[in-house]
Design a protein around this ligand. Structure first.
Ligand code: MTE
Ligand code: MO
Length: 192
């Protein structure tokens, strides 16, 4: 543990880094901004589609958060700018039957979240990191940031939210990663 870091902020089995590793399945996508949209479907009163301009016109915030990757790096005090998930969903009528969200990205990448974990106040739809436009490899033009779960739930190249009445595994969750992924409980893989 490095000096000056509160050990309570670093989950078991993690090391702290100042680097920002790039990790994802497959290749970095080519983004077609002309045809880009963010879709909301599933258990909502109305299926919706947002342009990037519409998302960016919502109230914005700056959040400083610690992030924890299942490959064991943690990064403390990362600065993000974007729209809070709670503000984004404010205009949606989510059906009471909805319990989970399947988050979708370019290339069909997905990650699942319980609804209550999705709507936490710190969670962001972010397009800036460290005071600068998000880099393509880190999820530009828009990524989800859900800091209390392992970082694979923080979907890069965001394209959709599907509200569901049951949990459904996403990409990594079908490939050995834990359905929930609490870093402080070391919920890395199936059975952990
Ligand atoms: N669309 C998409 N988002 C993704 C992934 C992915 O493969 N595709 N990988 C996840 C994983 S495993 C991690 S650790 C983080 C890495 O984010 P970074 O490359 O910005 O560090 O992105 C997450 N979001
Ligand atoms: Mo990861």
């Amino acid at each position: 543990m490095r000096a000056g870091i509160d050990p309570a902020r670093v989950p078991p089995g993690q090391y702290v880094t100042d680097r920002f590793p790039v990790l994802h399945a497959g290749i970095v996508p080519t983004i077609d901004l002309e045809n880009w949209d963010l879709k909301v479907d599933g258990l909502v009163a109305e299926t919706k589609s947002y342009s990037l301009a519409q998302v960016k016109a919502m109230p914005t915030v700056d959040h400083t958060m610690d992030i924890h990757c299942v490959t064991k790096w943690s990064k403390l005090d990362t600065d993000w700018h974007g729209v809070r998930v709670v503000d984004f969903i404010d205009g949606l009528e989510i059906a009471p039957a909805a319990t989970h969200v399947l988050v979708g990205a370019e290339h069909g990448f997905t990650a699942n979240l319980p609804l209550e974990d999705f709507v936490r106040p710190e969670n962001l739809l972010a397009w800036e990191f460290g005071g600068a436009e998000l880099e393509l490899e880190h999820g530009w033009p828009l990524r989800l940031v859900v800091p209390h779960l392992y970082f694979w739930k923080s979907v890069k190249w965001l394209r959709s939210f599907t509200f569901l009445a049951a949990d459904q595994p996403g990409f990594w969750e079908r490939n050995g990663y834990h359905m929930y992924g609490d870093p402080f409980k070391e919920q890395r893989y199936w059975g952990s």
